[in-house]
Design a protein around this ligand. Structure first.
Ligand code: PMP
Length: 439
């Protein structure tokens, strides 16, 4: 039976609510990789605050860091005035950043990922004196009007009319359902050529942009890892055009993909790194880190009340320290391998799993209708099936997300501390849920 909190929420809160529609549970407690609803049912949380909870729920080091702030009486809100907590966060983050950014600058943005993407684009425009931005099909950068313009999904933009102008999208080289209808490596080469063409060929008709923005692994776009060959081309082409390369690591950052920074692992080598989610230890925090020479801001050119809340900075510093101390990036790589092997085993027995992919603990299984193929002979995505599998998994005590074209990709984004047993349970629930759903 539905919880009455859901009913009360339905009456009071906007129709824009999203998660409660597909995951109708009201949560009262959580620990590690598990959350508990009001009826006492436990769920394995393979959503983890949309990737924000790298250490899971109520990790002792995070809880202690929060207690310390309260015990020490550090002001909770200081705009951008320094505090010892803020200083520790900055030092902790810079210690682990990709080498080329270690002598760069950090800008604290509003508390959400979208705020930081907005700031990154403003920075690129300020530094280059240009206005254009190149983004990719399937991209997700947020829900503000600026970041929505960058998002590569028509349906969420079309009802809104004109968003941020001067944004162009190019195809992202996906391994399955390639926009070019070709193999992975050919797709990466063709997508790279298009970026070079857009940035350097006068006949492209695209004014040289201020920035190119990309996710090293597209998350909401359906778990699409960027091929390293494509990353290298994007880096080369942006450098040649003096265009700022922005890596949106809001979701991939801090170990999730099996490396501390996915952009570094694939050789993207960005000029600006956009970070949020995990770096706040589950509390709202968002920053950009960029090469020092881009710092052409006038004082006060970017502001906001909540730029680095003390509790989030403390939780974030503790999380960064623990991710490194416990080797959780390496752990995410091994766990991710186990997870994708499990999903592949399910796929081997069921043609409705069209493709399994991911990087570290960002994994996805794209569900298809094997009886219907598109013009390239690839089975069409089945969002109806994914919605039912998501619900059937919830009934089996596992929370997952969906994303990608037609929301047909079942996405696994668990805490990095998830155990092998828990991963196996998630895979089992996926297989059982799939078997329980018939057209
Ligand atoms: N960029 C990426 C890559 C994301 O995954 C998200 C959130 N899913 C955002 C930006 C936006 O972050 P927020 O929801 O905190 O605004």
């Amino acid at each position: 039976p539905a919880d009455d909190l859901l009913e009360r929420q339905r009456r009071r809160e906007s129709s824009a609510r999203s998660y409660p529609r597909r995951l109708p549970i009201a949560l009262v407690a959580a620990s590690g990789s598990t959350v508990r609803d009001r009826q006492g049912r436990e769920y394995l949380d393979c959503l983890a605050g949309a990737g924000a909870l790298a250490l899971g729920h109520h990790h002792p080091v995070v809880v202690q860091a929060l207690r310390d702030v309260l015990d020490e009486g550090t002001p909770l809100s200081t705009l951008d005035l320094p505090t010892p907590v803020r200083d520790r966060f900055v030092e902790q983050l810079f210690e682990v950043l990709p080498e080329p950014l270690r002598d760069g600058r950090i800008l604290f943005c509003g508390p959400t990922g979208a705020d930081a993407v907005e700031a990154a684009v403003k920075l690129a425009r300020t530094a280059t004196g240009r206005s254009g931005v190149l983004a990719f099909g399937g991209a997700y950068h947020g829900m503000t009007q600026g970041t929505l313009a960058l998002t590569g999904r028509k349906a969420v933009k079309e009802p809104l009319g004109t968003l941020l102008p001067d944004v162009h999208h190019l195809p992202f080289p996906t391994a399955f359902r390639s926009p070019f209808g070709v193999s992975d490596s050919d797709g990466a080469a063709m997508a790279g050529r298009l970026v070079e063409w857009a940035l350097t060929d006068d006949l492209s008709g695209i004014a040289t942009p201020a920035a190119v923005i990309a996710e090293p692994v597209q998350g909401e776009g359906g778990v699409q890892p960027m091929p390293p060959a494509f990353a290298a081309t994007v880096r080369r082409a942006t450098r040649a055009a003096n265009t700022v390369l922005i890596a949106d690591e809001v979701q991939t950052g801090l170990g999730r993909t099996g490396d501390l920074w996915a952009s570094e692992a694939i050789g993207l080598d960005p000029d600006v790194l956009v970070l949020s989610k995990a770096i706040g230890g589950g509390l709202p925090l968002a920053v950009i880190v960029h090469r020092g020479e881009l710092d052409g801001w006038q004082p006060g050119a970017h502001a906001g009340t909540f730029r680095g809340q003390t509790l989030a900075l403390a939780a974030g510093a503790a999380t960064i320290r623990e991710v490194v101390r416990a080797g959780l990036a390496q752990r995410a790589r091994e766990a991710g391998r186990r997870l994708t092997e499990g999903l592949l085993a399910v796929a081997a027995d069921d043609p409705r799993v069209g493709h399994v992919r991911g990087r570290g603990l960002m994994a996805g299984a794209e569900l298809v209708d094997p009886g219907v193929v598109d013009a390239d002979g690839v089975p069409v995505p089945d969002g109806w099936l994914a919605a039912r599998v998501q619900r059937a998994m919830l009934e089996r005590g596992v929370i997952v997300e969906v994303g990608g074209t037609h929301d047909a990709v079942v996405r696994f984004l668990p805490p990095l501390i998830i155990t092998d047993d828990e991963l196996d349970r998630a895979v089992e629930a996926f297989g059982a849920a799939l078997r329980s759903v018939h057209a």
